[in-house]
Design a protein around this ligand. Structure first.
Ligand code: AHM
Ligand code: MG
Length: 334
């Protein structure tokens, strides 16, 4: 792990004072995500064995049948977040409606809402490709002492107080921000500890990677088609390299480190695109901006969008600043 050997636990304590409302609650909340991430990581790592164990008629330690991993991850995060007296509501890609948490004394005095995609890209699990968890945290806008409402979840992304992701890749990492830059921590699975491996992550302003599902090309808006042609043209430092895993967290993570753009545009079949604003695009957009990158729906900043629905979809252009503005230029002029 080189010279950096600060653990995530130490980092959270050291940086607690930086939070806008430094009561320690947000630190405890991040801590509970760290814990759930370890539990889910353990399960994800066993994914390849499920068939073998299943064939032998194995059930888990509680005697339950093996669950689908996205359901497992959903329950693991919800359970962990509910157990601490910090969160008043959770919205998840796996749940139709948001979950209200009244707290042990039933007083509704917890202050934070969490929006989460517990296991994004889960169709990749069967083929041993990286998946991720994405999370977004806000302070509630309605007063404590009353049950959480939809309004507390439908806040524009610029109101986020923290956001991050966990990538279950060749190694497992947590990358998150509380509004003071982006830091990445790598799990040492032998001892179950995350170490600060990527301090102050910065997304290069330019890059040479474009990530888009070109199989949908015929359904793309003209601006995106034109931008793709631009990426492929032999000129200056182009053609760019095409890289698309089909797992948002991994595609973004690579482009964050190396420089690049990720695009999931509107299509003639899905005019709003595929990705969800609240628990996929907003947290990733927040991280991109915190790392010096940017995120747009092709025309306006993702973090400025006022959401109207919990599971709202949005076209997504995200990554190196200059690449995103170039793509926006093509959108505007098409
Ligand atoms: P999911 O939430 O159903 O897992 O879908 C989200 C995923 C993203 O991780 C990924 O970037 C995208 O869907 C890939 O979609 P496509 O296969 O249409 O390219
Ligand atoms: Mg998802």
């Amino acid at each position: 792990m080189g010279k950096q050997n600060k653990t995530l636990g130490e980092f959270i304590i050291e940086n607690q004072e930086e939070f806008k409302y430094s009561s320690g609650e947000l630190s405890r909340l991040i801590n509970s995500i760290r814990l759930a991430a370890k539990v889910v990581n353990h399960e994800v790592n066993k994914a390849g064995l499920v068939d073998i164990l299943g064939a032998a008629g194995e059930t888990n330690i509680q005697g339950e049948d093996q669950q689908k991993l996205d359901v497992y991850a959903n329950e693991a995060f919800i359970k962990t977040l509910t157990n601490r007296e910090i969160v008043c509501g959770i919205a998840s890609e796996e749940e139709d409606d948001f979950i209200t948490i009244t707290g042990r004394n039933q007083k509704n005095d917890n202050k934070y809402v969490v929006l989460i995609d517990p296991l994004d890209g889960s169709s990749n699990i069967d083929v041993n490709v990286s998946v991720g968890t994405i999370f977004s945290i806000y302070r509630r806008v309605t007063p404590t002492g009353t049950p959480v409402t939809l309004e507390d979840f439908l806040q524009p992304g610029k109101n986020q107080v923290a956001a991050g992701y966990i990538v279950y890749g060749t190694s497992t990492m947590i990358v998150y921000s509380t509004g003071h830059g982006v830091n990445g921590f790598t799990l040492n699975p032998a001892i179950g500890t995350y170490y600060l491996s990527h301090p102050n992550m910065e997304q290069p302003e330019d890059g040479n990677i474009y990530s888009v599902n070109e199989g949908n090309y015929v359904h793309f808006p003209q601006g995106v088609k034109n931008y793709i042609k631009y990426c492929q043209k032999e000129e200056d430092n182009r053609p760019y390299t095409a890289r698309y895993i089909g797992s948002l967290v991994s595609d973004f993570h690579r482009n964050l480190i190396k420089g690049g753009i990720y695009i999931y545009p509107s299509t003639s079949k899905d005019p709003e695109g595929k990705l969800r604003l609240l628990y996929e695009c907003n947290p990733i957009a927040y991280l991109a901006e915190q790392a010096g990158g940017s995120a747009s729906n092709g025309f306006e900043r993702i973090l400025d969008i006022q959401p109207t629905k919990l599971h709202q979809r949005v076209p997504f252009f995200c990554g190196s600043k200059n690449m995103v503005s170039k793509a926006e230029e093509f959108m505007k002029n098409s």
